[in-house]
Ligand binder design. Structure first.
Ligand code: ADP
Ligand code: S3P
Ligand code: MG
Length: 294
């Protein structure tokens, strides 16, 4: 049995990812996530403006960052930006969690769709749309081959396409894992999550650690830092504490010795002097009673 968490729609610009993603999520009663909308929300700007502001490189990084998070969602339909450079390595990791549907359409259809909103897609060459779309379709061809299922949306009704997807899900035998319940902490989800986060070879925190209460985590981190980088100071710090403890105990011993020496009738006025600190202390009722018994 194939088990996935969500459905991810990938494909060239104007193929219909956002359109079908929204419809499919509605039909399945799942949440719909469009990485473009997430980015717009994050930056508070439309995609084209974000592009202008931070440049393509930073945009791709931000997009990857969003993808790393959303690909872990359960029961979600996720639409990815159409110019996302899906490499084989990335797709392999995404496939682990997502049932990947490649959305495609013929050149003429894509041209007519992208021309509806000129300027919306920042990397599109609106002066040369036909040639641009042709080249884009060629570059997507090898990626479609690696998808779990490919849907051509050139002609047809949205409802029928949805039905085709549902049929395909049934015949492929894929099952979708529901979001884990709070009392189901040890089902291995967290282990998987930590693997996912290596999507872009970035160093990430193991999510297993998130279960460690913050204070303990901070303590662990501190001890680790001290232990690895400042071995000497860590040891001496512990040693100091240990010495202090021992000396306190020893001090107590000496103190009781000093008291016991004064528990004589000669010691006598209800007070005693600590020889170490040279301070006077009123004896307790017990000590006085014991002294008088002596
Ligand atoms: N099957 C379809 N029937 C009618 N309009 C569609 C269909 N698929 C997409 N569209 C329209 O084409 C345009 C581009 O689609 P969109 O979903 O934004 O594509 P993508 O997210 O892949 O770039 C949108 O205006 C959308 O409403
Ligand atoms: O030109 C581009 O690089 C982009 C095209 C759009 O994708 P879709 O049209 O496929 O949604 C856009 O919203 C995306 O994030 C960036
Ligand atoms: Mg879209």
């Amino acid at each position: 049995m194939i088990i996935k968490r969500n459905i991810m729609l990938i494909g060239s610009m104007g193929s219909g990812k956002s359109h079908f993603g929204r419809n499919l999520a509605e039909r399945k009663g799942w949440q719909f996530v469009d990485t473009d909308r997430v980015l717009e929300g994050r930056f508070g700007l439309p995609i084209a403006e974000i592009f202008k502001k931070i440049g393509e490189k930073a945009f791709r990084r931000a997009e990857m960052d969003v993808l790393k998070k959303v690909c872990l969602y359960h029961e979600a339909v996720i639409s990815v930006g159409g110019n996302f450079p899906i490499e084989h390595r990335t797709l392999k990791v995404l496939k682990k969690y997502s049932y990947i549907i490649g959305i495609r359409a013929a050149q003429f259809r894509i041209v007519s769709r992208v021309n509806r909103r000129i300027g919306k897609r920042p990397t599109m060459d609106y002066n040369n749309v036909h040639a641009f779309v042709h080249a884009m379709i060629q570059s997507w061809k090898p990626v479609y081959k690696q998808c779990d299922f490919v849907l051509d949306t050139t002609n047809g009704r949205t409802y029928d396409f949805m039905q085709r997807i549902e049929d395909e899900l049934v015949s492929s035998g894929v099952q979708f894992k529901a979001r884990r319940q709070p009392n189901d902490m040890n089902n291995g989800d967290d282990k998987e999550s930590s693997q996912e986060l290596k999507l872009n070879n970035s160093v990430t925190r193991n999510t297993n650690d998130s279960r460690i209460p913050k204070k303990i985590e901070a303590h662990k981190r501190t001890s680790h830092t001290l232990g690895s980088n400042k071995v000497g100071s860590n040891t001496s710090c512990c040693d100091k504490r240990r010495k202090q403890k021992t000396s306190n105990q020893a001090g107590k011993g000496r103190k009781s010795e000093a008291i016991s020496k004064q528990r004589t009738p000669q010691g006598g006025n209800g007070y005693e002097k600590n020889r170490n600190t040279n301070k006077r202390r009123r004896r307790t009722w017990h000590e006085r009673r014991h002294q008088s018994a002596n």
